[in-house]
Design a protein around this ligand. Structure first.
Ligand SMILES: [Mg+2]
Length: 278
């Protein structure tokens, strides 16, 4: 039987290329910055324009499909994953990088049917690296197959996470203490590249061995989740349980041993869910 979602993936690839080009063009001009939930939660006109471009292009072709887009949700759209074919979109993952012209900025799109991710595309558009994965068919960067590292020993691993201001002092403390706990295992180092989707792809291609994060969103993870799984990596909840796309947290790693070791170290603090209506 022909793959029912291949055509969607081909369309996704074309629109992601176009989105990446729009972001590169925007970097040549002045960037005006607006605030979302806090002084460090930034958005630009480009985030909004790129999301509008992606959604309108997909809607035109697939009018019955559903969408969860970061900027649409910020503007009040619901963020509920149903069984309907759903496009989960982060038009710019790494907006802070984008405003500083720090070169890890990506477009991330995951496509889920019956709540299962069928394919993911992450375009690190300054590096011009296009990561793709179709369920059961492997993961690729610019068309070449990618694979996680062989590393199973956490003391020889490079770990990714993200840090930023947290308004709740207790959560801030837990987040900083988690960094200290991981570094003290010890590991070779921690890096914070600034784009969750790129972080997942860095683990997928073996440039890092793990990535953990508490407080991200489904649009940061959906595209990368397909890529990490197809590259032979593991993806789990920060408690060591099964990964939940709407839970706002994850550990990905090259091996179960490394992921579980990180889960043991982490102090989990509440970060809410993406699908709570409120
Ligand atoms: Mg974004």
């Amino acid at each position: 039987m022909a793959d029912p979602w291949q055509e969607c993936m081909d369309h996704c690839l074309a629109v992601t290329m176009e989105a990446g080009k729009m972001i590169r063009e925007a970097l040549k001009k002045d960037i005006s910055i607006m605030q979302k939930s806090s002084p460090v939660d930034l958005v630009t006109e480009t985030d909004q324009k790129v999301e509008a471009l992606i959604i309108s292009s997909i809607k035109e072709k697939y009018p019955t499909h559903s969408f969860i887009g970061e900027e649409s949700v910020a503007a009040g759209a619901p963020s509920i994953l149903t069984d309907n074919p759903t496009w989960i979109i982060d038009p710019i993952d790494g907006t802070t990088n984008f405003v500083h012209r720090f070169p890890f900025v990506s477009v991330s799109i995951g496509f889920a049917v019956k709540k299962e991710i069928e394919f993911g595309i992450v375009y690190s558009c300054i590096e011009e690296k296009m990561y793709t994965a179709r369920k059961g068919k492997g993961a690729f960067c610019n068309g070449a197959p990618i694979r996680v590292s062989e590393q199973k020993d956490i003391t020889k691993s490079l770990v990714l996470t993200e840090m930023g201001l947290r308004t709740d002092p207790e959560h801030f403390k837990a987040s900083m203490s988690n960094i200290q706990k991981i570094l003290s295992i010890p590991v070779h180092g921690i890096r914070c590249p600034g784009s969750a989707a790129v972080n997942m792809c860095l683990v997928a291609c073996g440039s890092a061995d793990a990535y953990y994060h508490i407080g991200i969103h489904c649009w940061d993870m959906a595209g990368g989740a397909a890529i990490i799984s197809e590259a032979g990596g593991v993806i789990m909840d920060v408690t060591g349980g099964p990964f939940d796309l709407m839970s706002r947290r994850l550990i990905t790693a090259s091996s179960t041993a490394i992921a579980e070791r990180i889960a043991q170290q982490l102090q989990v603090f509440p970060c809410g869910r993406d699908d709570t209506v409120g």
